[in-house]
Design a protein around this ligand. Structure first.
Ligand SMILES: NC(=O)c1ccc[n+]([C@@H]2O[C@H](COP(=O)([O-])OP(=O)(O)OC[C@H]3O[C@@H](n4cnc5c(N)ncnc54)[C@H](O)[C@@H]3O)[C@@H](O)[C@H]2O)c1
Length: 252
């Protein structure tokens, strides 16, 4: 077991990739605070974890608001007294052509995906610095943070920002033994991608862009996150790991 007694905070843990990471980390011995929106889903994730014999708490909180962010960190500290690993996974995506993106669309993506990542990162990093034992921070970016997909300018910009935020944090936090890396998944089967998966023509067309000819599963991302959280990646920081079935390396 690779995360025995580590305290982990995962945002956006009510479903999808966040839930898979929370459950996988717990199976490796971590105590997990599952934070985000959707009380029922958060409690369900926490219940999966306690069924595994590990410890979990569910915290309803919106990453856009500093008061909520402070509360999720304070609740975690009250329960276990420390935070060793942070996974900033909460995120949203609603497509729109560039010429039709409203100011509200723009703010919604940037506030949740980028500002939320900043707020949670800064508060948790301050605690890690105080604790003095280093830590690992994992930012959920996307292949859209490295390459532009049509109809997603706001999402692409938010994920590109996350990659540079991760690198900037990695540089400044390295002296404290805190590593900061980002994950760049390709197409993963979750509620977020369900509309495309449920459309047989669209998904057949989309699969042509993926050399491995399948979509990814949340567990594929959880495995990469586990590597980033554990000491096995102890000399890796500021890195963006792509997990996309080969999509980004293919020209045509
Ligand atoms: N599914 C994919 O193909 C894919 C690919 C690349 C990156 N990602 C990223 O992975 C992350 C998880 O995506 P997913 O596919 O599991 O999506 P999902 O919609 O299933 O889960 C998103 C999670 O974020 C939470 N969330 C949304 N807004 C929030 C807020 N304001 N505050 C707190 N929590 C909030 C939701 O409640 C949910 O738990 C996102 O950051 C997404 O951009 C997903």
């Amino acid at each position: 077991m690779r995360l025995v007694d580590k305290v982990v905070l995962v945002t956006g843990g009510s479903q999808g990739i966040g839930r898979a990471i929370a459950v996988r980390f717990a199976a490796e011995g971590a105590k997990v605070a599952v934070a985000g929106l959707g009380k029922e889903g958060l409690e369900e994730t926490a219940a999966y974890i306690t069924d595994l014999g590990s410890q979990a708490i569910a915290i309803e909180a919106d990453v856009r608001y500093r008061a909520d962010v402070d509360r999720m960190v304070d609740d975690t500290l009250r329960e276990w007294g420390r935070i060793d690993v942070l996974v900033n996974n909460a995120g949203v995506n609603r497509t729109a052509p560039f010429l039709e993106i409203t100011e509200e669309d723009w703010d919604w993506h940037l506030d949740i995906n980028l500002k939320g990542t900043f707020l949670v990162s800064q508060r948790a990093a301050k605690e890690m610095v105080k604790q003095g034992n280093g830590g690992s921070i994992i930012q959920m970016s996307s292949v859209n943070g490295l390459s532009a997909e049509a109809d997603q300018a706001h999402y692409n910009a938010s994920k590109g920002g996350i990659n540079l935020l991760a690198m900037s944090m990695a540089v400044e936090l390295a002296p404290h033994g805190i590593r900061v890396n980002s994950l760049c998944p390709g197409f993963i089967e979750t509620q977020l991608t369900k509309p495309l998966i449920d459309n047989p023509t669209a998904i057949a067309e989309y699969l042509k862009t993926i050399p491995m000819k399948r979509v990814g599963q949340p567990e594929d991302i959880a495995s990469a996150a586990l590597f980033m959280a554990s000491d096995e990646s102890r000399y890796m920081t500021g890195h963006c790991m792509v997990i996309d079935g080969g999509q980004l390396i293919k020209l045509s």
